[in-house]
Design a protein around this ligand. Structure first.
Ligand code: N01
Length: 558
């Protein structure tokens, strides 16, 4: 049974053996520290970087902001915290979010449980000890009964392999791994590869100072204006005076974010009224555009209406006909099948004389050379290449760790045909290992703060219940896991997700079988209710016992 004990002090020997090891010190890891320590467990978080903050520590590219409004993209676990913290803008910048994270860590005295500059290389479940052996890059070993993977969904930056990349004499940057010292683009010839959320935020900023900027686009992206602005006092007060109720509503909202939800369907609305509603939301700004009508994600007709509106706006903004054509998302690509981008002057940037655009489906990248990059039709002389090419998503950071469960089975091997979890929280064959916002949960389809809090609360309550019952071992059943993932895929079939080749999908490394949707798309409210029901019913679908069940049987026989 887990002993109620003092929290671990950094540097003390006791940290070599803790109740719960937490891997990652971003929003999820820090909350796990706080909650598990409060529950009386000894805790330690290991963080590969030299600072806390996770994705908000790594993503320092110019223009980096959150696309969830700052009043909603923050912890709700402390009323004092949410009353005292002052957000300055509608959409917080990366530096402001990082300051907030640092404030939280100081205010709740979390830093003393975090070991920085510590990369976990392996995590091995030891049956006879019913514990996880964690090995760090410097060869240090730590034992923990429970292992909490707060490794983040968008933290393993991915640079595609282009021939000749290593020969390039200029600078190579990745938006998700930006130098802390920043980067000065003044007077430089720059290429940006990738036009997802990161590229779309960085491109307008880079264009301001670069001598020339060439954007290499593979897929034209739907983007709506952010209309970022300073928050006024009345607006902040309205949130703060009603935080308790607003947070509770958000916990059951489809994506964990409060918007003005359109109740009508587009199908039952006249074309003029549709246009007026879309225009109102375009002027207001933000991803709430997609909430204009209740059927945008379910009806192809409504979805096309939203897409047509964005296409028409791009046509109005972009002056050059060829750039306009290339920047216009295909009618066959449903809006929302990839995460919608939120920008500040993205399409307008292509009206600048120093900005060019290459569609690499039409003119593929041949390779990178000493002084630049060649496509099939063009040669670019460059000082800097910015990869805005995204991440090894959702499972990328987990896959970097050699995770071995019962009988030495690797997680990589188990997931070679795509990830599987029960409730997005645990994996059969990997006892006492919890994932935060992992595959099979709503995760990146949602406001991550809401989903992180829900997972950490669930995990903490589960460990408290186990302690009360004198149990030390929890593992999902294979059957429960398979059913959960099959149900999640069936749900996604009704949504636009399966109609795009997005990073929401995972498939076998060989590419031989159909790719499957990795997330739970039934909404955070329904998902929360399912998780809560499982807890209330004493965890059906999980084996919970004193220790590894095989060892329990052996003990009974002896
Ligand atoms: O990454 P992405 P991201 N050759 O994977 C292209 C969150 N986020 O860092 O669309 C050429 O979305 C790829 O092309 P295609 C948010 O959840 C939030 O931009 O696959 N191009 C695409 O254009 C977001 O969704 C915020 O055809 C290649 C781009 O690179 C998530 O992070 C800000 C390529 C990658 O886009 C990821 O966003 C930033 C190749 N080999 C990020 N490989 C906010 O809160 C990929 N691409 C606002």
């Amino acid at each position: 049974m887990i002993k109620k004990s003092q929290a671990t002090e950094e540097g003390s020997d006791s940290e070599l053996n803790v109740d719960a090891i937490i891997i990652g010190a971003g929003f999820a890891g820090l909350l796990a520290l706080y909650k598990l320590r409060q529950a009386g467990l000894t805790v330690l978080a290991l963080e590969a970087s030299d600072s806390i903050g996770g994705v908000w520590n790594w993503n320092r590219y110019p223009g980096a902001r959150c696309d969830v409004e700052s009043m909603q993209y923050s912890y709700s676990f402390s009323e004092e915290l949410q009353q005292e913290w002052e957000w300055s803008e509608r959409y917080a910048t990366q530096p402001e979010i990082l300051r907030y994270i640092e404030h939280v860590a100081d205010r709740f005295d979390l830093n003393r449980h975090v070991r920085l500059n510590t990369r976990v290389v392996s995590a091995t479940y030891k049956e006879h000890e019913n514990a996880w052996k964690i090995q760090t890059h410097e060869g240090r070993e730590i034992r923990a009964r429970f292992c909490i993977m707060a490794t983040g969904c968008l933290s393993a930056a991915r640079i595609p392999e282009f021939p000749g990349k290593d020969r390039f004499k200029g600078d190579i940057l990745h938006t998700g791994h930006w130098p802390k010292s920043g980067y000065d683009f003044t007077g430089k010839n720059v290429a940006v590869i990738g036009t997802g959320s990161s590229g779309i935020q960085a491109i307008p900023m880079i264009a301001r100072t670069a001598r020339s900027l060439t954007v290499l686009q593979r897929t034209a992206t739907y983007s709506v204006p952010a209309r970022n602005r300073m928050l006024d006092e009345a607006e902040k007060r309205a949130w703060k005076d009603n935080y308790a109720q607003l947070r509770e509503t958000a916990r059951y909202a489809p994506s964990g974010t409060l918007y003005e939800f359109g109740e009508r369907t587009a199908e039952e609305t006249s074309l003029q009224e549709q246009a007026a509603e879309f225009e109102k939301r375009w002027t207001k700004g933000g991803p709430g555009f997609l909430r204009a009508f209740s059927d945008i994600s379910s009806s192809p007709i409504a979805n096309k209406a939203a897409g047509d509106f964005i296409r028409a706006k791009i046509a109005d903004i972009v002056q050059d006909p060829e750039k306009r054509r290339l920047l216009t998302p295909a009618i066959t690509l449903p809006v929302g099948s990839k995460r919608i981008c939120v920008d500040t002057g993205y399409f307008e940037t292509f009206n600048r004389s120093n900005v060019d655009l290459i569609d690499i489906r039409d003119d593929p990248i041949k390779g990178i050379e000493e002084n630049g990059l060649s496509t099939q039709k063009r040669k670019l002389d460059l000082d800097c290449i910015v990869f805005a090419t995204g991440f090894d998503v959702i499972v990328g950071s987990l896959m970097k760790i050699d995770i071995k469960g019962i009988a030495g089975r690797t997680l990589k091997g188990k997931w070679k045909n795509g990830p599987g979890t029960y409730l997005g929280l645990m994996v059969a064959g990997f006892p006492n290992l919890f994932l935060v916002t992992g595959p099979g949960s709503p995760s990146v389809l949602t406001n991550m703060m809401v989903s992180i809090e829900q997972h950490i609360e669930w995990i903490t309550a589960c460990l408290q219940t186990m302690r009360q019952q004198g149990k030390n071992y929890i593992e999902p059943e294979e059957a429960a896991e398979s059913k959960w993932m099959d149900d999640a895929n069936s749900l996604a079939e009704t949504m636009p997700f399966l109609r795009a080749n997005s990073w929401y999908m995972a498939g076998p490394e060989s590419g031989s079988s159909p790719r499957r949707f990795m997330l739970y798309s039934g909404g955070v409210g329904t998902y929360r209710e399912i998780c809560d029901r499982v807890a209330q019913q004493n965890y059906p679908g999980f084996k919970i016992c004193d220790r590894h069940p095989v060892l329990d049987v052996a003990a009974d026989l002896s």
